[in-house]
Design a protein around this ligand. Structure first.
Ligand SMILES: [Zn+2]
Ligand SMILES: [Zn+2]
Length: 297
C-alpha cells in the first residue's frame, strides 16, 4: 500500500518554493497534481495482469521491453475520474491560459466531442498525430492532452510496471545494456549516480511507467556510443549536483544528478524541474532533449 504522504516529495518541493527557483504557481500546481495522483493510487482497482503479452527474460535482456506500452492495462473509470480531477485543478489556477484550456476540454468532454478512452489508447500506442490534433484545440496551453493522459494513467502504469519488474526477479545490481526502459521501452527522462558501490551505479528513471533501472555508466544511453571523445559533459555553476552528458553521434543529451556531495534526497521528477537551467543552457547548442517531463510537458 502506498502511503498518501510522500514526505521526500513534499520536503523537496517546499525547499524549491522557498528558493523561488520556479514560479510559485507552477510548483503548487505540481504539488497538488502529485497529491491527487497518490490518492488515486489508493483507489486503483486490481487490474488483470496480461500474462500472454509478457516477454521472456532472454528477450528483455536483449532490449525488448517486458510489456509494450499499448498492452498496459488500465481501468477506464478510474482513469476518467482522475482525468476530471486534474481538469478541476487546472481550472482553478491563476493562469488564464490553463483555465481556458481546462474549460474547453471539459465542455468537449461533456458534449461527447472527445472520448477519453480514445485519448488514453492513443497515448499508450504513442499516436502522436491523434494527440497533437487534440492539443491543437488548446493552443494557449500546449500539450494539455498529453499532460492529462499521462497523469491520469500514471497510477495504472506504475502499478503494472512495479509488478512486472518484480516478476523478473533480477539481482538488484543488474546492469541493463540498453538505455531504454526494460519494462515499457520508453526513454528515461533523467539519470542518477547512486553511490551504493565504490564506483557508483548509474540509474535511469523512466518517465512513463516510473521504473528505475541500472544502466552502463560510460555510454550514451540513446545510441550506445561509448567513445569518450564524442561524449561531452556540461555543468552549470548554480547546479553543482547535476551534469549533462551529450553525445556528438546522435546529438541527444541527458541530465545526470549526483547527490553524493550535498547529501540531498533524490526525487527525480523534481530534480528534473530543479535543473531546468541546464536544459535552457543546452537549448543554444546542437543537442536535443529526448523526452518530456513526467507530467508530459
Ligand atoms: Zn518504463
Ligand atoms: Zn548518442
Amino acid at each position: 500500500m502506498t502511503t498518501i504522504i510522500d514526505k521526500d516529495f513534499i520536503n523537496q518541493i517546499t525547499l524549491m518554493q522557498e528558493k523561488e527557483l520556479l514560479p510559485k504557481g507552477l510548483l503548487s500546481f505540481i504539488e497538488e497534481i502529485h497529491i491527487t495522483q497518490l490518492k488515486a493510487i489508493e483507489t486503483l482497482p486490481t487490474i488483470a495482469y496480461p500474462q500472454k503479452d509478457i516477454q521472456t527474460l532472454d528477450k528483455i535482456l536483449q532490449g525488448v521491453p517486458l510489456l509494450a506500452l499499448d498492452k498496459f492495462p488500465y481501468d477506464l473509470e478510474h482513469a476518467t475520474t482522475l482525468f476530471l480531477q486534474l481538469l478541476a485543478i487546472m481550472k482553478k489556477q491563476d493562469d488564464v491560459n490553463m483555465q481556458t484550456a481546462a474549460e474547453n476540454i471539459l465542455s468537449a468532454y461533456e458534449e461527447k466531442k472527445i472520448i477519453l478512452k480514445d485519448i488514453f489508447d492513443a497515448f499508450l500506442r504513442n499516436d502522436e498525430n491523434f494527440l497533437q490534433d487534440m492539443d491543437n484545440n488548446t493552443p494557449e496551453a500546449p500539450r494539455t492532452i498529453h499532460f492529462l493522459a499521462l497523469c491520469a494513467l500514471y497510477p495504472a502504469l506504475q502499478a503494472t510496471a512495479k509488478k512486472a519488474f518484480e516478476t523478473l526477479a533480477l539481482p538488484e545490481d543488474h546492469v541493463f545494456i540498453h538505455g531504454t526502459c526494460p519494462v515499457c521501452g520508453s526513454l528515461p527522462y533523467i539519470n542518477e549516480l547512486r553511490h551504493t558501490s565504490a564506483e557508483g551505479a548509474r540509474i535511469a528513471h523512466c518517465g512513463i511507467c516510473r521504473t528505475d533501472y541500472r544502466i552502463q555508466r560510460l555510454i550514451c544511453i540513446f545510441c550506445n556510443n561509448d567513445d569518450p571523445e564524442t561524449l561531452q559533459n556540461f555543468t552549470h555553476d548554480s547546479l553543482p549536483d547535476y551534469r549533462v552528458q551529450a553525445c556528438d553521434k546522435c546529438n541527444f543529451y541527458i541530465k545526470i544528478m549526483d547527490f553524493k556531495a550535498s547529501g540531498k534526497t533524490s526525487v527525480p521528477p523534481l530534480a528534473d524541474l530543479e535543473s531546468l537551467v541546464l536544459d535552457h543552457a543546452l537549448a543554444d547548442k546542437k543537442y536535443k532533449r529526448a523526452t518530456w517531463s513526467v507530467w508530459g510537458f
